[in-house]
Design a protein around this ligand. Structure first.
Ligand SMILES: C[S@@+](CC[C@H](N)C(=O)[O-])C[C@H]1O[C@@H](n2cnc3c(N)ncnc32)[C@H](O)[C@@H]1O
Length: 245
């Protein structure tokens, strides 16, 4: 697997026993779970009708052995899973707006999770606010470089009672990214600043409250504060990253 999927796989706690992979596509993460973690059962969810058949055809030989450890479903996001059916859910490679919708649509599933692992394809303003609004607290964000792109792999968990982010920076970026002293965090955020330099040059005009991406606008408006906070964390020295609880 490429570095991004390896990092997503590594974010699934060793204690996980029933894992849902939402949007499994070719099923590379499912393969890794079934092959490398013999005690794990997997529920794969795909909205593409053809995905399950294609997966079964590719794995005809292994399916006899894997048997009841694998269930493949056609469905929409987390709604294809029953509350309490899995202890870990993974949603990776799907845009933040869709992921936010999935989190809103399945509060009962989220409430019963041990952790959820999230990795969106792009820097965005919608994922972390949606995580907070769903009553989840980010535990760790690992940055992973894969070819020419850096991905955020975030592990979050439900909290009872709900704990809101401490401040707006934490709401938009997630405290673990800012305070975790990941050596990649500062260069990553500085790179975001360079990428969006043309937008900053126009005062973020295309990302205003009435735009299609107001959350990204607000997040970008906070970027210099986020960089300052990540710089302070980096100069305070490496801290233990919050391990998945
Ligand atoms: C780019 S692939 C990512 C595959 C894999 N998760 C990864 O990270 O490499 C996104 C997959 O998510 C599926 N998908 C998108 N929205 C979905 C939804 N609401 N429910 C289930 N699957 C969805 C798509 O059909 C597609 O196969």
């Amino acid at each position: 697997m490429r570095a991004r999927l390896e990092a997503i796989y590594a974010a699934i706690p060793d204690r996980a026993r029933r894992v849902a992979d939402v949007g499994y596509d070719q099923g590379l993460l499912i393969d890794a779970l079934l092959l490398r973690r013999p005690g794990v059962r997997v529920v794969g969810v795909e909205r593409q009708d053809a995905a399950a058949q294609a997966y079964r055809e590719r794995h005809e030989a292994e399916l006899a052995t894997w048997g009841a450890r694998l269930a493949l479903r056609t469905g929409d996001g987390l709604t294809a899973i029953l509350p309490g059916e899995v202890d870990v859910a993974v949603i990776a490679g799907i845009g933040a707006r869709s992921v936010a919708r999935m989190l809103r649509a399945a509060p009962g599933v989220l409430a019963h999770l041990d952790v959820i692992v999230l990795c969106c394809p792009r820097f965005n303003g919608e994922l972390m606010p949606a995580v907070a609004d769903a009553g989840l607290v980010p535990l760790a964000t690992r940055l992973v470089r894969d070819r020419d792109h850096v991905y955020e792999v975030t592990t979050a968990a439900p909290t009872h009672p709900h704990r809101a982010p401490a401040d707006e920076l934490a709401r938009y970026y997630g405290a673990p990214l800012l305070d975790g002293a990941d050596p990649l965090a500062l260069p990553y955020l500085e790179d975001v600043r360079r990428t969006f330099a043309p937008a900053f040059a126009t005062g973020l005009a295309s990302y205003g409250p009435l735009s299609t991406q107001p959350d990204l606008g607000r997040k970008l408006a906070l970027l210099d504060d986020a960089i300052a906070r990540a710089r302070a964390a980096a100069s305070a020295g490496p801290r233990a990253h919050a391990a998945p609880a």
